[in-house]
Ligand binder design. Structure first.
Ligand code: MLT
Length: 267
């Protein structure tokens, strides 16, 4: 674990392992870098794998700058500079994908490829914003635990969650580690993020979509439609999988990320 201190972020933590072409794995909400624990060992023989804790999660603190997707993209740039990298493939899970898209918008020259893992380039619609407002009200009233306990099981395909109650527990525990203030900051930042589908249409870098057929958060048909927007696209559609392939299908995800990263650095 390396921790860097910058003016914008009092503490930014990341883990770096392996060697070879660089792949950054950005976690989503309500997670930290530990989310990728099942896939990192499958990737680090071939790649330099960099796994940050986004500001306000794990060992990273929220800066005074806030937690907008653009602020967090700046944090990723700072990490890459700290590692001495001018370019990387960036894979983002869900909210991590929103951060990766903001990075692609701000720093396209530093991007060798963009992988959206159960994520979307669209902004929140009005229904989603309303649901987030209700969640923020619940969390602010001290309801972090019921919020997490209700949210986490829905991230998994029904057959997976029924067969693996201890994995769901593990995720609830990780979710509970997140401070209520960070949760609210992330929800507000997600509500305010712009639509970035035009970025997919104009992308000069390859784009990968990892899609779960049973993802209750990012419907497969929405992700599939977006996957066709980029001119060079890789698409993986997993059956019996929800929003969490890094836990539900780690070997398939590692294999598909690996193929994509190799393509990005060779083409
Ligand atoms: C995530 O999995 O990162 C978030 O739940 C995504 C979202 O709420 O839009």
């Amino acid at each position: 674990m390396t921790i860097i201190k910058t003016d914008k972020f009092p503490q930014l933590a990341y883990r770096k392992s392996g060697q070879g072409p660089a792949l950054v794995l950005i976690h989503g909400f309500p997670e930290n870098g530990g989310l990728w624990g099942r896939v990192v060992p499958l990737l680090e023989n071939d790649f330099t794998v960099i796994v940050p804790d986004l500001p306000g999660t794990g060992n990273s603190t929220l800066g005074t700058a806030g937690a907008s997707m653009e602020d967090m993209a700046d944090g990723i740039k700072m990490l890459l500079e700290n590692v001495g990298l001018s370019r990387a493939v960036i894979a983002g899970h869900s909210m991590g994908g929103y951060v990766a898209l903001a990075f692609a918008d701000r720093y396209p020259d530093m991007l060798a490829g963009l992988a959206l893992v159960h994520s979307t380039a669209s902004a929140d619609n009005d229904d989603k914003k309303e649901t987030r407002r209700k969640s923020i009200a619940l969390i602010t009233k001290g309801g972090k635990e019921p919020f997490i306990k209700q949210m986490i099981p829905n991230l998994f395909a029904p057959t997976f969650r029924e067969a693996h109650p201890s994995v769901i527990e593990e995720q609830v525990k990780r979710g509970m580690e997140l401070e209520a203030d960070s949760m609210v900051a992330f929800y507000e930042a997600m509500m305010n993020r712009p639509d970035r589908t035009d970025l997919l249409e104009k992308a000069t870098f390859p784009v990968q979509f990892i899609i779960g057929k049973e993802d209750a958060l990012v419907p497969a048909e929405v992700a599939l439609a977006q996957s066709r927007m980029a001119s060079r696209n890789f698409v993986s559609l997993y059956s019996n999988t929800g929003h969490m392939s890094m836990i539900e299908q780690p070997s398939s995800l590692a294999r598909d990320l690996s193929d994509f990263v190799q393509y990005c650095y060779n083409n």
